[in-house]
Design a protein around this ligand. Structure first.
Ligand code: NAD
Length: 392
């Protein structure tokens, strides 16, 4: 099967590498020739490093490189059976590209989009044959991250998700099925990791250093929320928050913050700009407090508040059938490296404990963002859990 990739940026190049490593011939197209040149150069470097580390032979690398073709005209994708679009996150531009594509390819060609936040139904609606359009959402860096969210649109052929699931398994990926809803699974459920942490900071309940320490040391997360937002870039992270919030009809749980907006306004975009929540400039003096001085009870409270909001989000996603219980837990551990599945975590804490922590927040703030998911409430009332006892 010949795979076409549109957009040879970070994601397109990574997805191409994955497909070629799985044995496919891959055709990469980008409107900017320099992006193609860069992608080719990067791939050479990445694969050569694999030889140096003894993970690949020279022959293997030569074979993978030989499976890549770079084309400046969209027409070069004519013979592909599956085309994955990974261009700029702009609905009008994506729709226009899909319309152009349809003029070139046969009716059987599968057209997938790697969009992080746009409606798959809306992209499919631009096509004459919307039934062959589907969301195929990889995570960055695509060669390393196992998760792929498969998102059928309302119009997608009912057999197509299973076909792509098989294909993703053959590429060594872990596919999960998601409903075509804003943020799909990961980008929706992860919102409180950032937004609730910023709330804690804004309320003065903890410093950024304390909240980062709490999430790492008590929660077991690899990075603290402020470190992670600085790493992702505030322009990118803020845009996702705003997009999920507006697409969910201004749901209070997803409301972005002025704190992050001002970082974007100031150009303090995080690591890449030298400044974000933290200062990365060479002259910066480290302001990280001494961990010895942290109040462990305070850290526990900070961590619990963020985690209970994540659990609530995961429960709500399951309640509204965005994805299954297992796919939700796998998505968060494989897509964003959470230390454990959030629904498992809820069972560990006890569903009634989660419910009462959320109710305490709701009673304190009278803010609908703290309302307990109907699923958590009904499980608590019936003394039930997400997983049978022996699965823990
Ligand atoms: N970066 C991430 O972490 C990430 C993760 C998952 C999904 N995504 C999604 O993947 C897509 C691509 O993201 P990225 O980070 O690789 O972007 P990027 O900016 O690194 O690359 C985009 C590439 O698309 C090219 N391009 C733009 N318009 C084009 C067109 N009309 N035809 C052909 N090529 C065109 C650009 O020249 C550029 O090389 C977006 O939809 C994004 O939301 C990104």
């Amino acid at each position: 099967m010949r795979i076409g990739i549109i957009g040879s940026g970070a994601m397109g190049s990574g997805i191409a590498q994955v497909a070629a490593s799985a044995g496919h011939d891959v055709v990469l197209h980008d409107t900017r020739p320099e992006a193609l040149t860069r992608s080719k150069g990067q791939l050479g470097k990445v694969l050569n490093r694999q030889i140096e580390k003894g993970r690949m032979s020279e022959q293997e690398v030569k074979t993978i490189l030989g499976r890549h073709t770079y084309v400046e005209a969209l027409d070069g994708l004519r013979d592909c059976s599956l085309i994955i679009e990974a261009i700029i996150e702009d609905l009008a531009i994506k729709r226009a590209v899909f319309q152009e594509l349809e003029k070139l390819v046969g009716n059987e060609t599968i057209l997938a989009t790697n969009t992080s936040s746009l409606s798959i139904a809306s992209i499919a609606a631009a096509c004459t044959h919307p039934e062959r359009v589907i969301g195929l959402h990889f995570f960055n860096p695509a060669p390393l991250m196992k998760l792929v969210e498969i998102i059928p649109a309302l119009q997608t052929d009912l057999d197509l998700p299973a076909t792509l699931r098989e294909l993703m398994l053959s590429w060594g990926k872990y596919p999960v099925m998601a409903r075509d809803t804003p943020g799909f699974i990961v980008n929706r459920i992860a919102r409180p990791f950032y937004s609730e942490s910023i709330r804690l900071l804004e309320e003065g309940l903890g410093t950024k250093e304390e909240i980062d320490t709490a999430m790492k040391e008590i929660g077991g997360f690899r990075m603290g929320p402020f470190e992670l937002m600085d790493f992702i870039g505030h322009d990118v992270n803020y845009a996702v928050s705003e997009s999920v919030w507006t697409a969910c009809y201004y749901e209070p749980r997803y409301q972005p913050s002025f704190t992050q907006r001002r970082l974007v306004d100031a150009g303090w975009l995080g690591r890449k700009a030298g400044r974000g929540f933290y200062d990365y400039r060479p002259e910066a003096t480290s302001s990280r407090p001494d961990p010895e001085k942290n109040d462990s009870e305070q850290l526990r409270r900070l961590c619990e508040r963020v985690v209970v909001m994540l659990i609530n989000e995961a429960a709500d996603a399951m309640y509204y059938k965005v994805a299954s219980r297992d796919d939700i837990d796998q998505a968060m551990t494989l897509g964003v490296n959470y230390p454990k599945g959030l629904l498992h975590w809820a069972d560990e804490w006890g569903i009634a404990t989660c419910e009462s922590r959320l109710d305490r927040l709701f009673n304190a703030y009278h803010d609908p963002r703290y309302r307990c998911s109907p699923l958590l409430r009904s499980l608590a009332q019936n003394g039930e859990r997400f997983y049978p006892e022996e699965n823990i």
